[in-house]
Design a binder for this molecule. Structure first.
Ligand code: DGL
Length: 268
C-alpha cells in the first residue's frame, strides 16, 4: 500500500459516517472514499447470503478505486461477511465488532454488558460470541432494534418518536442491571444523546468507532501506508440509492461540504 491511496469505508447508509468522522479526527491526513448502499438499506432485515453479496461488490469497488485499506463500518456485514471478505481480498479489512467488544470489556465494572444492534447482527450472535470468547465472567444482554436505522436514515435523531423507540429497547436492559451498552450498529452513535438519557448516568455507552480507527491506524502503519502530512484530497461519497437524500442527511449529521458531491453508482 502507498500512503497517498484513500481509505475505503462502507455501510448500508449514513451510519458509517460515525466511523468516517472518527477517521477524520484520529487520522486527519487520510482521504476517505465512502460507499453507502442506500438502495439496500436496512441491512438488518437481509439474509446472510444477501449481505455477503452486497459487501463483496462494495469491497471490490473500493479496491478498484484504489483503497489501501477498508473499514467495514457496518456491524451487520462485520458480523456475517468479514471472514469471507478477509479471505477473498488481499487489502486489509477492519471490522467494527471486535474493537467494540474489547472496549466494552475494559469499561464494565459489574460484567453485565448490553448490546443493541440490527436483527441480523443479533441473530448472528457475533457480539455475544466475541465477548464470551474473551471473558467467561460476563453476562450479555442483547436486543434487536429494527425501528432505529430507518429513523436515522430519515435524519430523525431526536424527539418523542425516537425517545419512545429507544426506551422500548434500552429500558429492559437497564432494569436487568447493565452498566455498559455497546452501540452495535454504526447508525446508533447519532442517537447517543437520547440513548444516554434513557440509559442514565450509570451506563457507559460504547461507540466502537474510536477503537476501530485505532486498529485501522495500526494496520496502515504496519503496511507502510499511514499518511503523514496533512495534505489529504477531498473525501468522496458514493451511494446506490438517492444521492440527494444521502447528501442532505449526511450534511445534517456531520456537515461535510464534500457530501454535496455524493454520486449515485449502482454496483449490481
Ligand atoms: N449501520 C449498519 C450496522 O452497523 C447497518 C444498519 C442497517 O442497514 O440495518 O449494522
Amino acid at each position: 500500500m502507498q500512503p497517498v491511496q484513500p481509505v475505503g469505508v462502507f455501510d448500508s447508509g449514513v451510519g458509517g459516517l460515525t466511523v468516517a468522522r472518527e477517521i477524520t479526527r484520529q487520522l486527519p491526513a487520510e482521504t476517505i472514499i465512502y460507499y453507502g448502499d442506500t438502495a439496500h438499506v436496512p441491512y438488518g432485515s437481509r439474509t446472510v447470503d444477501e449481505l455477503i453479496g452486497f459487501a463483496d461488490a462494495i469491497v471490490g469497488f473500493l479496491i478498484a478505486q484504489g483503497a489501501k485499506a477498508i473499514v467495514d463500518a457496518c456491524n451487520t456485514t462485520s458480523a456475517v461477511a468479514l471472514p469471507y471478505l478477509q479471505k477473498k481480498y488481499h487489502v486489509p479489512i477492519v471490522g467494527v465488532i471486535e474493537p467494540g467488544v474489547i472496549e466494552a470489556l475494559r469499561a464494565t465494572r459489574n460484567g453485565r454488558i448490553g448490546v443493541i444492534a440490527t436483527e441480523a447482527t443479533i441473530a448472528s450472535n457475533a457480539h455475544r460470541a466475541a465477548l464470551l470468547a474473551r471473558s467467561r465472567e460476563v453476562q450479555v444482554f442483547t436486543r434487536a432494534c429494527p425501528k432505529l436505522v430507518p429513523m436515522v436514515e430519515a435524519g430523525l435523531v431526536s424527539g418523542p418518536e425516537v425517545e419512545a423507540a429507544v426506551a422500548e429497547y434500552v429500558k429492559p436492559m437497564v432494569e436487568a442491571g447493565i452498566d455498559t451498552l455497546i452501540l452495535g450498529c454504526t447508525h446508533y452513535p447519532f442517537l447517543a444523546p437520547v440513548i444516554q438519557e434513557v440509559a442514565g448516568p450509570g451506563v457507559t455507552l460504547i461507540d466502537p468507532a474510536a477503537a476501530t480507527v485505532r486498529e485501522l491506524k495500526e494496520v496502515l502503519a504496519a503496511g507502510g501506508g499511514l499518511r503523514g502530512a496533512h495534505c489529504s484530497q477531498a473525501h468522496s461519497f458514493f451511494v446506490s440509492g438517492d444521492a440527494q437524500a444521502f447528501s442532505n442527511v449526511g450534511m445534517q449529521l456531520v456537515g461535510w461540504p464534500e457530501l454535496k458531491s455524493t454520486r449515485k453508482l449502482k454496483l449490481d
